[in-house]
Every structure is written in C-alpha cells, then in structure tokens.
Design a protein around this ligand. Structure first.
Ligand code: SF4
Length: 364
C-alpha cells in the first residue's frame, strides 16, 4: 500500500539529479524557516538538507563535537561531498547552532551560492515587514545568480503549489487520528521526508494517489498505545520503527517534519503573507519566540490525536530542547512522558527496553 518510491527520493539523493538533467538548479536550505516558496518561484528546486551520515568523524574536528547531531551530520555530508550536486545553500538565524552551521558549511564546503536570512525575534507587523524585505532581497539575489526572471506572478504560482502541498499533507496527517489509524507514524514520516527532495508539484501527484489508496484501508487495530512524538530536527525512521514495532502507534508529532502546517494567503502583498506565515507558525517559530507556543502546540496535537502518552526525542546537543524539555513535562503534569536522549551514532536497540517498559506499563 505504501509507495516506497516517495521515500526513496530522500534515501537515494542522486534521484534529485533527474531535475538537474532538465537544467534545474538545486538550492539547499539549512533550516525550515527558509521559505521554500521563494526559492521555487525563482525556478530552482528547493532541497531541505538533512544529513544522512551515520558517523561524524570529519565534522567533529571542524565543529564542537557536543553540538546537535543534526548540524554535525549536515556538515559531515557536505565534507564527504554528498551535497556536490547542490548549487547553493540558504540558512537562517533561527538559533545559534544554525548560524554557526551556515558559516562553517560556507567556509569548508564552499557552495557557489550562499545566503543567510535574518529572522526577527518578534512577530508583530514591524517584524513581518522586516522579514518581507529580507525575502525580497533573497529572491532578487537568487534570481540574479540563476539568471532567471522572478516576479510576483511566479511567486503566486509557487504559493498555490505549496498550499496544495500543505493541505494534502494535513489530509494525510488526519488519517493518523482515527480509532484505527490508516497510516502509521513511520509511513507518514517517510512520506514527508520524501517531500524534502522533490518538487512539490511532483510530490503532490504522488500523495494524491496515496490518499486515494488509503481511503478504504482497514487501518491499524492491533496497537497498545497511542503516542505523540516530540523533538527538534529528527528524521531517523529506524527509531520510530522501533517504537511502533513495540506496540505503540504514533498518531501525531511535532518534529521538524511538521513544517507542513498552515496556509498562506494567496492575495494582496504575497511576500508579506509568506513572511507572516513563517514568523507565526508555531512549529517553525518556537526557537525564536520561546517555549509557550511549542508547549501549546503539543497540547493541541495531543488533544486532536487523542494520544495517551508522549515520547520526547531530546538531541543531546540541542540546547533549545535541553531548556524546553523540563518545561514540557512540567506543563503536561501527570500526562505520561518518556524522554530519550539521542546522540550519534543512533543505535535504536539501546532504547528498546525503556520504550517497551513504557508501553507495557501504560497499556496494562
Ligand atoms: S534547534 Fe536544536 S537540533 Fe535544531 S539546529 Fe538548533 S541546536 Fe540543532
């Protein structure tokens, strides 16, 4: 039922070279606060850069080894030449590590095009207009690098494709919340990961077919516990596979792959609308504006999905989640929560006993 070909686009990144063979430039983003719509409207293929290296020996001598595994693996992939096909990278000042990652990547890997977006720390009108101007600078700079025409009409076309993308993903996400979820948390994540390295217009066609296939699916019935998974940048499906293989079903999450939420207004000042969305969306903004919105997001998702427990994947090098984690557990009070400290290389088996005990205790 699940089309492996979507996920394989992510796993075998050389598939993206198909786009290159049609003359498309590939522009990587180092942060989900970089609006892909703007890149797409310049004619390039936006690629969400996610490091796939299992070990980080090269990156560890170029950056502090205690930094998050997400940043270390991206730099590692860059140093190993895995991103050779990427024509340029765009970062954002969303947190200290992402800023350092951008400058280290630029220094060591030397992409032909590079740019970093300044993100305001607030979300009021003044901040939205500031970010709108930042996006205009990016669009002009990138279009000039690509020698392409950029216009509001092109941005409008991209917004429509991305809004369609978000609404299809939200539809898919809703299939997780029934009594018998029609898609597992693992397959949902695989699908979203597939979207990170495909043109969204191509991805939309695939997801539409997937939704058709899943419509009459019987769903998952033999599970013991409905869980919500929380964490920062996390895309190691093996650990999620372990959680689900032990009897849980992941009915919702707020991992960085949840960047598919919301809708951008397609009328009026389009760049302002994009800026507003990216500054306001809680799944994108919480590192800048504090914990309150993220905690509320988790509470809302837990209520929507009727999750019975929370599993937090805390990257040992992520100071943001390090600060946030105790606040989440305190705010959720008696709600059952399991915190797993994650570091590279990840050996899912090392978490097996704790996850198993957590699920068994709560499903008795
Ligand atoms: S938010 Fe955390 S995981 Fe993400 S880049 Fe920053 S430190 Fe790393």
């Amino acid at each position: 039922m699940f089309p492996d070909n979507i996920y394989s686009y992510f796993l075998t990144k050389d598939k993206i070279l198909n786009y290159k063979s049609f003359g498309k430039a590939i522009i990587g983003t180092l942060c989900d606060s970089v609006p892909e719509e703007v890149i797409h409207s310049t004619g390039a293929v936006p690629l969400r850069m996610l490091g796939l290296s299992k070990t980080t020996e090269n990156a560890d001598v170029k950056m502090p080894s205690w930094l998050c595994y997400y940043s270390r693996r991206i730099l590692e992939d860059g140093l190993r030449g895995h991103f050779r096909y990427v024509d340029g990278v765009i970062g954002a000042c969303s947190d200290d590590t992402k800023m350092r990652l951008y400058s280290l990547y630029k220094f060591h890997v030397k992409p032909t095009f590079s740019h970093i977006l300044q993100l305001p720390l607030d979300e009021d009108e003044k901040s939205i207009l500031f970010f709108r101007d930042e996006l205009a600078i990016l669009a002009r700079k990138l279009a000039s690098f690509l020698r392409s025409d950029w216009s509001m009409d092109k941005l409008e076309g991209s917004l429509k494709i991305y809004n369609r993308f978000r609404s299809l993903c939200q539809e898919l996400n809703e299939l997780r919340v029934g009594d018998s979820p029609k898609i597992s948390g693992v397959d949902y994540m695989k699908t979203i990961l597939g979207s990170t390295s495909m043109l969204k217009e191509d991805f939309n066609v695939n997801v539409q077919k997937l939704l058709e296939n899943l419509k009459d699916a019987e769903g998952i019935k033999d599970y013991k516990l409905r869980v919500h998974v929380s964490g920062p940048e996390f895309y190691d499906v093996e650990l999620l596979e372990l959680i689900e293989s032990l009897g849980a079903v992941i009915v919702s999450d707020d991992l960085s792959t949840s960047y598919v939420k919301g809708h951008i207004d397609e009328h009026g000042d389009l760049l302002r609308n994009v800026a507003k969305h990216y500054l306001n969306c809680p799944s994108l903004a919480f590192f800048r504006i504090g914990a309150k919105d993220k905690i509320q997001l988790i509470k809302d998702e837990v209520e929507r999905s009727r999750a019975e427990a929370l599993i937090i994947l805390r990257d040992k090098g992520c100071e943001n989640y390090g600060w946030l984690c105790p606040l989440i557990t305190e705010e959720l009070g008696d709600f059952p929560a399991l915190v797993l400290d994650i570091d590279t290389p990840i050996f899912p088996e090392q978490y097996k006993t704790r996850i198993e005990a957590f699920i068994e205790t709560l499903s008795d």
